[in-house]
Each structure stands twice: as structure tokens, then as C-alpha cells.
Design a protein around this ligand. Sequence first.
Ligand SMILES: [Zn+2]
Length: 150
Amino acid sequence: MSTPLSEHFCLEEMTRSQTALRQGIDNSPTAGIVANLTRLCETLLEPARALLGEPFHVDSGYRCVALNEAVGGAKNSAHMTGRAADIIPQGLDLHAAFDKLRLSDLPYDQIIIECGAWLHLAVAVEGEQPRRMALTASGGPGAWHYLEVR
Ligand SMILES: [Zn+2]
């Protein structure tokens, strides 16, 4: 059984975490988080999937504070409010996907290519204008280094 959030994405893939399961962290979302995840899927992930023409593997969506700490996420991570997902487009070069998405008119708040291994896509805080920031992130937990791409 899965709980759809949009045509191609479900709640389970947006909250599932191997780290949470292994460490016994309860990563259940509140109704407000589910609302953000739904907005993320409907307004950003679905149009991004349609633009690239490829399905996504979702690596990480919502992370409660404890889980975000456990995986070394940024202190102010949009994952903690259900506004971000780390995705890997299938069947497409990651840098090509990054360029196609960042140069599109999609309403992303941030798109980040992280460790050259996945894409972080985030929507703005409800009611705020998306900043449309494109960044590369390198480094690792506690020492992320961000570089803006123009
Ligand atoms: Zn991320």
C-alpha cells in the first residue's frame, strides 16, 4: 500500500530512510510536513520529471531533526520541513539533468548538485517567492561547501 502525493510520487518514498530504520529514529511526518511534501511533488518534482522525461530515484525526502543530524544534513536543511528531496534521475547524466533543470523556468527555491552524486531540489517556504538558486555542494557533514552556479 502506498499513499500517493502526486501522480508519480508517494508519501512512503518521501519519508523512507535506511538510517532512520537502522537507528530507530521515528521519521513520521506531521500533517504540515505532508502538505509541504505534496507541494514539493506537485509543483517541482512532477514538472522536473516531465521536463527530463525520466523517472527519479528518491534518495531522501523528509528528515526529522534527529534524522537530519544523523545523516549530517545542513543545520537549516529544507528536508526538515518536507520542502526538499534528493533525487537521481534514471537514464540521464547527472550534470546534464542539473543544467537542464536550473536553466528551465521551474519554480525551484534551490537546486544543488551534491557530491556530484545526486540533485537536491527544494521548493520555497509556503507563500514565499522561490529564489531559483543553483549551487554545487562539495565536502561533507559539518563542512559543506557551496558554490553558486550562474
Ligand atoms: Zn538534499
